[in-house]
Design a protein around this ligand. Structure first.
Ligand SMILES: [Zn+2]
Length: 456
C-alpha cells in the first residue's frame, strides 16, 4: 500500500494534478480578491488580508497581520526552509486604484470571465499576482517540497496611494525583519502576451524614482488695463518652458543597456535602428541627441534613458481683467536609478534660471538605489526554467515599492503576469483584464522559478 502510494505521489500524472490545482486555485483566489473592494483610498485591505489568512490556514500556513491605521493591513506568511540559504520573498499588493462603474462594461468588483479573459479591477494590477503566490504557497506545503530557503509571502497594503505617509514605511520600520530576504519577486515587469502565448518575459531589475515639485512665481497684482513688468503668469510660463524643453543627459545602466540590446532583434526596424544609434554613440552630446531621436519613435523606451521633468498642473488667475499676484506650476520628475534627489533639485533650479521663483520639492523618502545585478540565482532561474522563452532584463520608467526593499538590501525583480498591449492600456483604466491562459502560464512559471530558487 505504502509502495503504491509512493508510486502515485511520484507519478507524472500526480504532478499534472498538482499543476491543475495550482492554476484552478490561482483563478479562484483572483476572483475572490477582485470581489473584495480594496479601492485605495480608503483601501480597507483588511478584508483581503483576512481572506488570504483564512485560505492559507486551510493548508496549515499561519499568517501575521500588520495594521498601520484603521483597516490598512498587510499580511506576511512564511514557509520554513532548512536555513542553508537566505529567504526568497514573494510580494504583491492587495489594494487597487478606484474604478468608476459608469465607464465599465461589467461591474468592476464582480469578477467576470468573458472571451478568454478574467475582467475586474485588480485582474492585472495586481491581485493576479497575489492569487498565484497564494496558490504557490499551498502547492509547496501540500507537496512538502524540501526548501533550502524560507519562502516569504508579503501581501502589502496601500501601494497605490501616492501619499507621502505610506503604510510600507511603518511596516518596514516595525516589521521589516519579517521580509528580510536575499531576493524577491514583485510587480513592475512588463512581460508581453501575444496571440495566445508568451512573447517575451521582461524581468524588471531597475526602476526610476518619483519626485514632485512646485514652482511659484510672484508678481505685482493689479488691473489688466495697466500691464506690469513683473507678471507672475509670464514669469512662470517662461520657466515652465525652459524646464519642459530641457533634455537631461542620456545615462545607461547595465539593465537598460541589456534591454536595449535585446530590443534591437525584435523591435520595428525604425526603433531598432534608433536604439543602435544610441548604443553606438559616444557618451555626451551625440548620445543625448540619439536618445532624443529614439524617444520620438519610442517614447516608453526614451523615458528609460534619462531623468525627466514634466509639467502636470498649472494654476494662475481668476478673472480675465485682473493680473494675479501669483502663479503655480506642478511638475512630476522621474529620476534614474541611483540619482540623488538633492543633485536633481540643484539641476532643476539651474535650468529654471530665475532666482525669483520659489521651489517646493517633495523628495523621495527612500534612499536612491542602483540597478539590480543580473548574475543572481533568481535571475538565472527566471531564464532557465523556460529555455524556449525569451527572458530579458527590463528597466521601468515608473516606480514600485520594490524600491523600499531594495533600499534595505533585498535584490528585487519585477515578474508580473504577462499581458497584451491592449490589456496593458487598461491597467488603472476601465475594463481591466487579463487573459485566462496568461494567468495559467504565469502561475506555472512563477512556481517553477520558486522551486528552482528555493527548493533543494
Ligand atoms: Zn500595482
Amino acid at each position: 500500500m505504502i509502495l503504491l502510494l509512493a508510486i502515485f505521489l511520484a507519478s507524472p500524472l500526480h504532478a499534472l494534478d498538482r499543476n491543475a490545482d495550482l492554476r484552478r486555485e490561482t483563478l479562484a483566489h483572483l476572483k475572490a480578491l477582485i470581489a473584495l473592494d480594496t479601492s485605495n483610498p480608503p483601501g480597507n485591505e483588511l478584508i483581503a488580508a483576512r481572506y488570504i489568512e483564512n485560505e492559507l490556514k486551510k493548508d496549515g500556513i499561519d499568517s501575521e497581520l500588520y495594521t498601520s491605521t484603521g483597516s490598512r493591513t498587510s499580511l506576511v506568511a512564511r514557509l520554513k526552509g532548512d536555513g542553508s540559504k537566505r529567504p526568497l520573498l514573494l510580494m504583491c499588493h492587495t489594494d487597487v486604484v478606484p474604478a468608476d462603474p459608469a465607464g465599465w462594461q461589467t461591474p468592476p468588483f464582480t469578477p467576470t470571465e468573458k472571451d478568454g479573459y478574467i475582467i475586474g479591477r485588480g485582474a492585472a494590477d495586481v491581485k493576479s499576482m497575489c492569487a498565484a503566490q497564494m496558490a504557490i504557497l499551498a502547492y509547496l506545503k501540500r507537496t512538502a517540497t524540501p526548501l533550502a530557503r524560507d519562502v516569504i509571502f508579503f501581501a502589502e497594503a496601500d501601494e497605490e496611494s501616492g501619499a507621502s505617509v505610506r503604510h510600507i514605511d511603518s511596516f518596514l520600520r516595525d516589521k521589516g525583519a519579517l521580509v528580510d530576504a536575499e531576493f524577491g519577486i514583485n510587480e513592475g515587469g512588463n512581460s508581453v502576451w501575444k496571440d495566445g502565448k508568451i512573447l517575451e518575459v521582461r524581468v524588471q531589475a531597475a526602476e526610476k524614482e518619483y519626485m514632485d515639485f512646485t514652482l511659484t512665481a510672484r508678481g505685482k497684482p493689479g488691473h489688466s488695463s495697466v500691464p506690469t513688468e513683473d507678471n507672475a503668469i509670464a514669469r512662470l510660463a517662461a520657466a515652465v518652458d525652459r524646464l519642459a524643453r530641457h533634455r537631461f543627459p542620456v545615462a545607461l545602466n547595465p539593465v537598460s543597456q541589456s534591454f536595449l540590446q535585446a530590443q534591437i532583434r525584435t523591435a520595428e526596424p525604425v526603433i531598432a535602428s534608433a536604439i543602435e544609434a544610441v548604443l553606438a554613440a559616444p557618451e555626451g552630446a551625440d548620445r543625448d541627441a540619439a536618445g532624443t531621436a529614439l524617444a520620438l519613435v519610442a517614447p516608453e523606451i526614451g523615458a528609460m534613458l534619462r531623468d525627466t521633468v514634466t509639467p502636470t498642473i498649472l494654476k494662475a488667475g481668476y478673472k480675465s481683467n485682473v493680473i494675479p499676484g501669483d502663479a503655480v506650476a506642478t511638475f512630476n520628475s522621474r529620476l534614474l536609478p541611483g540619482r540623488k534627489a538633492a543633485d536633481m533639485m540643484a539641476d532643476i533650479r539651474a535650468i529654471a534660471a530665475d532666482p525669483k521663483l520659489e521651489f517646493a520639492f517633495e523628495p523621495p523618502t527612500r534612499a536612491p538605489v542602483e540597478a539590480m545585478p543580473m548574475n543572481t540565482e533568481l535571475f538565472r532561474a527566471a531564464v532557465t526554467v523556460r529555455p524556449r522563452v525569451r527572458v530579458i532584463p527590463y528597466m521601468a520608467a515608473w516606480t514600485t515599492d520594490s524600491q523600499d526593499l531594495r533600499g534595505r538590501g533585498v535584490i528585487m525583480y519585477g515578474i508580473d503576469p504577462p499581458m497584451t498591449h491592449d490589456d496593458l492600456k487598461r491597467v488603472h483604466g476601465n475594463d481591466e483584464r487579463l487573459p485566462l491562459k496568461a494567468l495559467d502560464w504565469y502561475a506555472d512559471y512563477l512556481k517553477d522559478i520558486v522551486l528552482k530558487t528555493a527548493g533543494k
